[in-house]
Structure formats: C-alpha cells, structure tokens
Design a protein around this ligand. Sequence first.
Ligand SMILES: Nc1ncnc2c1ncn2[C@@H]1O[C@H](COP(=O)(O)OP(=O)(O)OP(=O)(O)O)[C@@H](O)[C@H]1O
Ligand SMILES: [Mg+2]
Length: 358
Amino acid sequence: MTELELRDLRKTYRSRGRPPVEAVRGLDLLLRSGELLGLLGPSGCGKSTTLRMIAGLETVTGGDILVGGAPVTHLPAQRRNMGVAFENYALYPPLTVAENLAFGLKARGRRADADRRVAEMAERIGLTPLLDARPAGLSSGQKQRVALARALIREPDVLLLDEPLSHLDAAQRDTTRRELKRIQRDLGHTTILVTHDQEEALSLADRIAVMRDGVIQQLGTPYEIYDHPATVFVADFVGEPAINLLPATATADGHAARLSDVLELPLPVRAEAGRELIVGVRPEDWSLTGADGLPARVLAHEPLPESGLATLDLAGVDRPVTVLTGPDVRLAHDERVRLTADPRLTHVFDAATGESLR
Ligand SMILES: Nc1ncnc2c1ncn2[C@@H]1O[C@H](COP(=O)(O)OP(=O)(O)OP(=O)(O)O)[C@@H](O)[C@H]1O
Ligand SMILES: [Mg+2]
C-alpha cells in the first residue's frame, strides 16, 4: 500500500543571464494507494517538472515528496522504487527489447523469474514479436511501448507516466490504454499520468488535476471537473468541442444574465445586480426546442459521425455559439432557430476572478 504525497512542492529554474522560471509553485497533493491521477494542463504549466521531481530526476527547490508516509525528497532516483515512462524513452541501445525489459529485474536479483515476467509483460503490451529486436530498429510507437512495459515490469510503488502513448496510432493507443488500466488496477500502482489527450485522462483517471502556471487549479473526479469546473480556465480547458463562454451582466433581479441588449439567459444561482459574469454552456447542453428560446441564426452545420455541430449567431452577441445537435438534425444556412439552455447545466463565473459562483 503506497500513498504518494506532495507538500508545497516547488521548482524554480535558475540559469545565468536569464530571469528565474517558477515552473512549479507550491503543489499539495495526496494520492491514495492505487489511485490513478490524470495531470492535465497547457504546455509549459509544469507537468513534466513535477513528474521529474517525484522521480528524482530533478532537484527540488522547496517542499516535500512522501511515499508511503516517508520522505524521499532528497533520495537518488534509483532508491525511490518508481516506474518511469517519459516521452523521450531512454532505452539501452545495445540491449534487445527482452534485455531492456529484464534489466531492472536482474539488477534487483530476480534473475530466476525474470524471463517468465518479461514474456508475460511482452504478451500484455503486444511486444512478443519484438523481443529480440534492438531499439534502433523500432518505430517510436514501439519504443514507447517498450518503455511502458519496462516501467510496469518492476512493479514499482509509484508509476510516473509522461505522455506514455503519444507516439502510438489511434488503434494501438486504444488497446495499450486498456491494457495499461488493467495492469495498473491489478497491481495497484499509485500512478500519475500526464497526457494532452483529454479522452485518455477522462477515461483512465480516478481523479484529474488541472494545472496552470505551476499550480493546481482544480482537483476532482472526471465528472466533477467536467460538470462543475471551478474556474473559467478549467471549463475552457476540459471538453471537446470547447464550452461556449459568453460575457454577460447580471440583471436587476439577479436571476438572469444579460448577453446583449435583447438577450437574457436564466441563471442557476442568484448573482448581484450588475455583476460582470462569464456564462458557460457546453455545446451539448443547448437545446434547439422551445418557442421562447433565444433567437439565433444558423451560420454553419457540419455533420459529425454520431452528431452534428452547428455554429449559430445570437443577436447582439459578438462571438458565434456552438451547439451539438442530434445526428438526424438538418439545419440550413441562415435558418432561424430558438436556443435554450437548462439553467441547471449553465455555468456562471465572475468575470474578474474567473471563479465559479457556485
Ligand atoms: N531545464 C529547464 N531549465 C529551465 N527552464 C525549464 C527547464 N525545464 C522546463 N523549464 C520551464 O519550466 C516551465 C515548465 O516546464 P514543463 O516542461 O514542466 O512543462 P509541461 O507542463 O511539461 O509542458 P509540455 O506540456 O509542453 O510538456 C516552462 O516554462 C519551461 O520552459
Ligand atoms: Mg512536459
């Protein structure tokens, strides 16, 4: 049973002649034993730096890292018992795939059962036909799967995966992702997975942390993050196609948001009269029914495999609104429609702070 805890973890990169870069600015995080945390955030927000510090590949500027309650903050990487698969998989070029996989095991004096475990892991990750190949002869997707298998085979306390499937094609990514989840669950690795692929994070993770500028903006289950984004940033970052974010002002009675001179949207919470807001409605949360909806004009409608995506113009609103439609809906250019949003599914943020009003 291995908990992973970060306490006020910090990293400032300093290089001569350049201003310091505060890459990680005080992370507090407690992962339960066996939990899989998805770490999401835009490029440069500090995801890899965080993983490298936990792995012991980067020094820490401040704070602590605890594994099973014991600090490992200043232990060398090889004494942390962590499985690491980063995007730039460092395989040993002179060794075969099988030898690469066995390397960590043999170093730990488990030669006896190493061959059996290598064969077993190769089978699970689809590497059996490649066991005698050398890294130079592998595609980047194949190398990535070797790196993943090598991280898993050591049965580490903590598994740190930084974009581990980024070089795989869609089909391979699907099967490898499923196998990864199965192994992770079977063996109970406490895991942090960094990915740019939201679908990957939402489908694999027990909880998701959304990072921005070196801090965690929100930590929660995939449902919490998606259904109750704590900030405009999180609402905008999670979800594809992206949420509609519309500047608005609370009406005099505070029960609606004025989107333009002629349009109001009912609010799920009461806002102070005149307060500047950002109202968020996900494309799938609009409906095109109801005679008293907002009047809108169709700019475009593109069919998607299982639905359709409409772009609409709302009178007096300066940005187009996207709406997910049913697969059988047909909308013509310039067609007039009425748009309603269920207030229970409408998100409201303070325009100044970006924080949710709920
Ligand atoms: N070795 C380094 N020296 C100086 N600055 C660095 C170093 N490594 C990262 N940085 C800076 O620290 C910040 C965080 O970088 P990091 O690689 O952790 O981001 P990331 O979230 O992993 O981004 P990406 O999604 O692009 O991989 C960035 O501003 C980056 O430029
Ligand atoms: Mg990175």
